[in-house]
Design a protein around this ligand. Sequence first.
Ligand SMILES: Cc1ncc(COP(=O)(O)O)c(C=O)c1O
Length: 402
Amino acid sequence: MNQETIEAQYQGFVNQQLNLDLTRGKPCTEQLDLSNDLLSLDSMHLAQDGTDVRNYGGLKGIPEARALGSWLLDAPAENVIAGGNSSLNLMYLVLSWRMKQLQAEGAGHDPFTFICLVPGYDRHFTLCEHLGVKMIAVPLLDSGPDMAAIENLVREDASICGIWCVPKYSNPTGHTYSDDVVQRIAALPKLTPTPFLVMWDNAYAVHHLEDQEDRLANLFTLSANEGTQDDIAIFGSTSKITFAGAGVGFCALSDANLTRFERFMGEQMIGFDKVNQLKHAQFLSSPEKLASHMRAHRRILEPKFAEVYAALAPLAAAGLVEFTAPKGGYFVSVDLKRASAQAVVRLAAEAGVKLTPAGATFPYGQDPHDANLRIAPSFPKTEVLRQAMEVFACCVRLASLN
Ligand SMILES: Cc1ncc(COP(=O)(O)O)c(C=O)c1O
């Protein structure tokens, strides 16, 4: 395509005064509808152990919800907390608790520093900024996290107190960590005298997009073998399984940490929403039910991802982008080879297509190459997505001219 054609095409989009959105990594209405039966599951109020879910208490959650959490987190149910509607909130609580605990023990570091893999999940970064945690960015390579770089940093910098990981179908690249990487992460806390915490956000544990599903090694067991079980916290939720705004969040901790964390939570609340926990446990009553429910999600999502790849493939062939085609998860990560990400976002906005801000996938919003963009295909209808991707492709071509 020559410059004139690209400019004319772009002007054509601007004239259409579109209003499209590719930012939102949230389930579409059709996906939410898959779980509507949850809304009518309100006749029971006793949990397996006789707990009246309508009443106060039970900070760790009801047994059947903790069992559901154990399938998602790959950890024993007795180590799982079933919480409220957000795993991100549990991450915030766990990190706050850890920082408070270390300060009380005189073991706190200033600055409290975390390793963040990039590109990564923007809300982990926001959470760190809010809690005053300094972030060091380490690239996710094609083969996964650069473990040699991470191990060197942990050995050399005593202020490093932890790492954020999205180990399966990572947001936004779709990487799943290899067995070797998980093993090395289980051993990471042993490389430093500083108390260390692995924040293992397994948000996309069952969100497959292909028959050949990725398998993730079990961090809970590996850390027990390494003697580092007190140094890991595992998270997940049903946000992208049932209702994104009304699901159940989960967290798995070692026996000792579970007791300590329960005490910390007990200072701020009496219990999470156990009514919703019971509904979820009834609705997703077995691993088989969970798996077939996720296949229904996949049938809705697959054509949308295909739409994104169809638009990106010619750009990749022209050497303008590289992109990931994840086997699961919610995002496609695009690296621009010639254009500035900020320029593409600006051009797209002027043509009526909202993209996730450039830099959002990096700590402090700073992408050193101004190259990475995250595309979220789930929410728009397929026809809308197609149109938005046409605009995106045109913007990349236009921004690549200069
Ligand atoms: C990696 C990751 N973790 C956590 C969340 C949010 O989880 P929750 O809805 O359970 O708070 C998201 C949502 O996009 C995510 O991508």
